[in-house]
Design a protein around this ligand. Structure first.
Ligand code: MF3
Ligand code: CO
Length: 290
């Protein structure tokens, strides 16, 4: 690992000597790399200071989603959710990360029923009894990013859709069981895919999760249909999202050709998604945002 001496300050910014800090870590990375594994760059390994900053951003994200949980109901429009998210983020000192991201026009994504993700809030879409909706909130605070989403069942929802929402939520725990230092993202992705298949569902393949922290979307790209022992090595300090989109029918999807954002299931059947943001720690994981 280059020129850094054992007694030099560690590259991670801890102020500790390299030999007492990330020396052993770098040896492990080298070993995994020599075995052909995809290993994270140092730039993806968050320092304690960066993790503290991400936690503060996440506090806002969680509070905004809590606010949505308390107020969402039949009769409101998705435009109103967008207004809540904007206001509740800004009064806490944050900025909604989606707003103007790649030209995205709103502060939040609201995805109902057969919309898989990236649904754009609209004054014309009124929530009604039986809808299932994903509200995907992302916050920037002092250059640190957080991202999580939850599903809401509006009024009386069919048992089939309720089960989809519940199984998708459970899939996060199934994936989390595989998040441990020196494991692979593919261990997690495979666990989620197998769990979805066992329940008669399919997992979206073409859109995945992502690294996050210093940018909204960083490496690695995260699949939830990957194979054990493949994809990026989960080194302590890596931060990424677990956000599987699980479909009742086919995994196939298409993008709205008019707005360029909304993603639909190809067969028109419902889709659900929950999202958490996770840090790999020395002995497991920490959920930073939910
Ligand atoms: N929040 C989404 C994610 O989980 C990203 C949405 S990008 C946007 O990655 F521009 F549509 F907001
Ligand atoms: Co995300």
């Amino acid at each position: 690992m280059g020129k850094i001496g054992r007694n030099d300050p560690c590259w991670c910014g801890s102020g500790n000597k390299y030999k007492k800090c990330h020396l052993e870590f770098d040896r492990k990375l080298s070993m995994f790399r020599s075995m052909g594994a995809e290993v994270p760059t140092h730039g993806l390994i968050k320092t304690p200071e960066q993790i503290a900053g991400i936690r503060e951003s996440a506090k806002i994200n969680i509070a905004v989603l809590d606010y949505v949980s308390e107020h969402i109901k039949a009769g409101i429009t998705t435009e109103e959710i967008d207004k809540w998210v904007y206001e509740q983020t800004v009064i806490r000192g944050g900025t909604p990360a989606p707003l103007n991201y790649d030209g995205y026009p709103k502060s939040v994504c609201t995805s109902i029923d057969n919309v898989v993700c990236h649904g754009i809030p609209s004054p014309d879409r009124v929530l009604k009894d039986g809808d299932i909706i994903n509200v995907d909130v992302s916050t920037e605070l002092n250059g640190y990013f957080s991202d999580s989403s939850r599903m809401f069942c509006i009024g009386e929802v069919s048992p089939e859709k309720k089960r989809l929402v519940e199984v998708t939520k459970q899939s996060l725990s199934v994936g989390l069981e595989q998040v441990k230092p020196w494991g692979f993202l593919g261990d997690m992705g495979n666990a989620i895919n197998q769990f979805a298949i066992q329940n008669g569902y399919s997992v979206v393949r073409d859109i995945g999760g992502h690294g996050i922290g210093l940018e909204f979307h960083e490496d690695p790209w995260v699949s939830y249909v990957s194979l054990p022992g493949t994809e990026m090595l989960m080194a302590p300090g890596l931060v990424f999202t677990i956000e599987p989109m699980i479909n009742m029918g086919t995994h196939e999807i298409y993008e709205d050709e008019h707005d360029g954002w909304t993603i639909y299931t190809a067969d028109g059947k419902p889709s659900a998604q929950w999202e958490i943001q996770v840090l790999v720690t020395d002995d497991g994981y920490e959920i930073l945002c939910y």
